[in-house]
Design a protein around this ligand. Structure first.
Ligand SMILES: Nc1ncnc2c1ncn2[C@@H]1O[C@H](COP(=O)(O)OP(=O)(O)OP(=O)(O)O)[C@@H](O)[C@H]1O
Ligand SMILES: [Mg+2]
Length: 444
């Protein structure tokens, strides 16, 4: 009979059958009365096999089970519907007493599908429920996209967190490296200081103990009254020589200690000042005139007199003296009339100071070492190898600038320093050991 209803060609049947929306209807007894073509296409279950039966479940389940329309036909129990659809169900906001649900279902055809159901009760004129109509919508594509997006988001979150932890690790490693570089530099510095100080102090101690020993002998001789004039003369001679040796070595040690103290950035208690750069440089060059005059060396200064710095004038002066002393001691060793030029140009917030000499220059193999503490080619001729190390710290730390050096053996040296016109630094009381990594960076 139900099949007959299907064949009846009632106008309603035509609307339902011709609808592109997969739709089926059950009556009060849960028997299928309509199963449209779109529903056949979606579920793979044919109208002729399902109309007149209660087998609507076959489109969705392996075994007999309620579909949404079955709940709606009876007094719908929202709780049961929710449990059945695992929370994926709700009352329709559009149609009174209708329900909506989502489920991953459909046993017919190839694979499963995500379906969206709407089921509404059908009522007669008296308002009594006579059946239920259910529509189906294939939402697999949307679901898939949602799932993909969800997966993508999870992966993204994972990647971000992985990136974050590697960044953290990187930061830690970097911090650690900087620390160990500093420790290594500091260690090297301490070893160097010990080594340098050792010689004058050692000689001083030897001389002092000799003096002590000879004084004792002399005193003993004196007390036995067996002392001869020549004994006393010999003692005087030795005492003079020893004290001279002690004095000169203590002097050397004291000089060294003065140099070591300069390695620390905050060697002077200098305050930041506003000053004219040209005047400052001129004064320092002037103070070195006597040294320059020993040869026939000359210094040329090119600096606009209006350039004003708010920085550490003393540090700049020290930089110039270190460079000039080096030119005199190393560059002009075999030159009678060396030329030094200091050129300053204005560059936005910085000044660029280029120092040149036309001396013998620095051999390639030494270039990467010249800023290292204790690197000197004049170990036994008064060099400690701290000059350029101090200079490097002054430029990079005290003045907050950068330095680059170029030299070719036989072609003199070029030091180029870029220094902020307004010092960015707060004076720090810390000892800054320069890391060799930083040194490597500038000695290109
Ligand atoms: N103008 C220059 N010409 C040639 N070589 C130079 C020049 N300036 C520096 N050097 C080389 O760089 C080395 C390091 O210079 P640095 O000023 O650090 O030490 P130093 O002059 O040897 O000793 P210190 O300055 O501590 O007395 C020098 O020993 C020298 O070999
Ligand atoms: Mg020097």
């Amino acid at each position: 009979m139900a099949a007959n209803m299907h064949e009846m060609n009632h106008p309603d049947d035509q609307i339902i059958n011709g609808s592109p929306i997969p739709t089926f209807i059950i009556d009060r007894d849960h028997t299928v009365t309509h199963w449209n073509i779109a529903c056949e296409a979606l579920t793979g279950l044919l109208a002729k096999d399902v109309i007149g039966t209660k087998n609507q479940w076959m489109a969705f389940y392996d075994k007999r089970s309620n579909v949404l329309a079955d709940y709606v036909v009876d007094e719908p129990d929202e709780q049961k519907i929710l449990i059945h659809f695992e929370g994926n169900a709700r009352k329709s906001t559009l149609i009174d007493e209708a329900y909506e649900a989502e489920a991953y279902r459909l046993t017919q055809g190839a694979g499963g599908k995500w379906l969206f159901f709407t089921a509404a009760p059908l009522k007669n004129a008296a308002g009594q429920i006579t059946g239920a109509i259910q529509t189906l919508q294939d939402i697999s594509t949307t679901k898939l996209a949602e799932e993909r997006e969800h997966e993508f988001n999870i992966k993204l979150a994972q990647t971000v967190s992985e990136l974050q932890s590697s960044l953290e690790l990187l930061r830690e490693t970097q911090h650690h490296l900087v620390q160990s570089e500093k420790m290594a530099a500091l260690g090297g510095l301490v070893a160097g200081v010990a080594h340098e100080i050792n010689t004058p102090v050692g000689i001083g101690v030897t001389a002092a103990s000799l003096l002590e020993e000879k004084t004792r002998e002399c005193a003993a001789l004196f007390s036995t009254q067996a002392m001869k004039r020549s004994d006393l003369e010999a003692y005087f001679q030795l005492a003079l020589e020893s004290s001279a040796m002690i004095l000169s070595n203590l002097g050397r040690a004291s000089d060294l200690i003065q140099r070591f103290k300069q390695v620390a950035v905050d060697q002077s208690c200098e305050e930041i000042n506003t000053f004219r750069l040209r005047e400052c440089l001129e004064n320092h060059i002037m103070s070195l005139r006597p040294m320059l005059k020993k040869g026939a060396h000359s210094v040329q200064l090119q600096c606009h007199e209006d350039i004003v710095l708010k920085s550490y004038a003393g540090a700049l002066g020290q930089i110039v003296s270190i460079l000039i002393m080096n030119s005199l001691l190393h560059g002009f060793e075999e030159t009678k009339a060396g030329m030094i030029s200091i050129e300053v140009i204005d560059q936005a917030n910085d000044i660029v100071l280029t120092y040149r000499d036309d001396g013998k220059g620095i051999p390639k193999e030494n270039l990467e070492h010249i800023f290292e503490p204790f690197f000197t080619t004049k170990r036994n001729h008064g060099g400690t190898g701290l000059g350029l190390h101090i200079l490097y710290n002054l430029v990079t730390q005290t003045l907050g600038g950068r330095i680059k050096m170029e030299s070719e053996y036989g072609q003199g040296v070029v030091f180029r320093m870029q220094i902020p016109r307004i010092s960015p630094l707060n004076r720090s009381l810390f000892f800054h050991a320069t890391s060799s990594a930083e040194i490597a960076k500038v000695s290109v």
